[in-house]
Design a binder for this molecule. Structure first.
Ligand SMILES: Cc1cc2nc3c(=O)[nH]c(=O)nc-3n(C[C@H](O)[C@H](O)[C@H](O)COP(=O)(O)OP(=O)(O)OC[C@H]3O[C@@H](n4cnc5c(N)ncnc54)[C@H](O)[C@@H]3O)c2cc1C
Length: 396
């Protein structure tokens, strides 16, 4: 009989896990607390190390239908006048180096792609996992449904893909207090028709200035421009993807910056504001028959734009470890998953921190030195460890 897997969390990580585990022959069910998949979130970078696994699922060919293929990235501009400090051609260069293009997409569109490949009767919406009990022979899971009623399930393995505020993490790793970074992110979606022409190019652009930076790129087949602005948080402490911010506050953060950014901000109808907390890598991603994946395992600051790509890499490796495993060796397979994934994901998690200092240098000699390094850098080539790594070879 196929191993029964319960995946808790129907985000990008949970659905990727479900798809790869099914591919590996497991009997999979997904439990998601939300009662429907709403259009939540904004732009996400679909890096080559995510595109290649999607190609294995037969899904990568549909990315050009909604995502924007980046023709340039790391286009770094000076805050007050937009002077280009560096730019990296992507397009064919990325394909030649890493066997895949790099895209930017709306999170909801990407989720829609994953959902289109997953049967609705194996996705239990409106089921919030409240806890679990491990027995020698399996795991019992408890849920609260939307209407307040309760439900249970039994599984041979459980995947905690329930995001940054994971309810399953305490069953796997000791609790740890997040460290407040002192920063927050404003995020907006601007209709392309209202945005300055510069923001419509298939380019990921970063504007750097003292204490803050501003990123934009087009998504949703070019119909929207995704904006992320990282600024000092003040007294904002809400670590939520859905908390509302104020466009006037965002505008004031960029007083004195290039006027094209003001035009972009002024065209936004709404902004979300998200306080950035940092967390140390946890000591294990697996305990008995329960494994963590994605943000539940390694929540990271957004400076490497690798949250979803690392979740997909987890899914590939988890499925490879569980392929062919029986009930008796499921826990051993999860230990192997932990050993294979934790070093790499922890590295990305830790490296995602360093950028904040470099990106936010005040005007002066250190900033000039940094800008000279940008001008002579080769960020696409230097990303080989991240974009070029084939996680399937880890499992051989
Ligand atoms: C609403 C939302 C908006 C986001 N917007 C962006 C964005 O604009 N840009 C970006 O780079 N990243 C965004 N992210 C984060 C990004 O999706 C993740 O960093 C990355 O994709 C890893 O995904 P994940 O599946 O591990 O976690 P998540 O994407 O956080 O998914 C976790 C899922 O688990 C569900 N869940 C949580 N607790 C329970 C429970 N107890 N029982 C059942 N289900 C549960 C959640 O509802 C969610 O669907 C967003 C995440 C969310 C949830």
């Amino acid at each position: 009989m196929a191993l029964r897997a319960a995946v808790v969390g129907g985000g990008l990580g949970g659905l990727a896990a479900a798809l790869f585990l099914r591919d590996a022959g497991l009997d999979v069910r997904v439990y998601e607390q939300m009662s429907e998949h709403r259009e939540l979130g904004a732009g996400i970078v679909v890096a080559p190390n995510m595109v290649r696994p999607l190609a294995r699922l037969g899904l990568a060919g549909r990315l050009p239908g909604f995502a924007v293929r980046l023709e340039a990235a790391w286009e770094i501009r000076r805050w007050e006048d937009g002077r280009v400090l560096s730019s990296q051609p992507m397009g064919e260069a990325c394909l030649a180096m890493y066997g895949a293009h790099c895209y930017v997409a709306h999170r909801a569109d990407l989720l829609g792609l994953f959902l289109s490949a997953w049967p609705a009767d194996r996705l239990h919406l409106g089921h919030r996992c409240t806890g679990l009990t491990q027995h020698e022979a399996g795991v019992e899971l408890n849920f609260v449904r939307d209407d307040g009623s309760t439900a249970q399930d039994e599984a041979d393995v459980v995947v905690g893909a329930d995001g940054i505020h994971s309810a399953l993490r305490p069953f796997v790793a000791p609790e740890q207090a997040p460290r407040f970074s002192g920063l927050c992110a404003f995020r907006c979606l601007v209709p392309a028709a209202d945005a300055p022409a510069m923001a419509l190019r298939p380019v990921q652009t970063l504007w750097l200035g003292p204490q803050r930076h501003f990123v934009h790129y087009p998504i949703s087949a070019g119909s929207l421009v995704n904006v992320v602005a990282i600024v000092p948080a003040g007294d904002w402490r809400d670590e939520s993807w859905t908390a509302e911010g104020d466009i006037g506050d965002l505008m004031r953060e960029f007083d004195g910056w290039d006027g094209r950014l003001h035009q972009l901000i002024a065209s936004a109808r709404q902004t979300r504001r998200w306080a950035l907390f940092d967390r140390e890598p946890i000591p294990s991603y697996a305990q008995g028959r329960v494994a963590l994946l994605g943000d539940a395992a390694h929540p990271m600051l957004p400076f490497f734009a690798q949250g979803s790509a690392q979740a997909v890499e987890d899914a590939v490796v988890l499925a490879a470890c569980l392929r062919g495993a029986g009930r008796g060796d499921a826990a051993t397979a999860l230990q192997r998953y932990d050993a294979l994934r934790r070093p790499r994901a922890s590295r990305v998690q830790t490296m995602s921190r360093g950028r904040e200092v470099r990106n936010h240098l005040p005007d002066g000699p250190l900033q000039r030195e940094r800008d000279a390094q940008f001008a002579s850098g080769a960020p696409l080539r230097d990303s080989a460890w991240l974009y070029g790594h084939d996680v399937t070879t880890d499992c051989d």
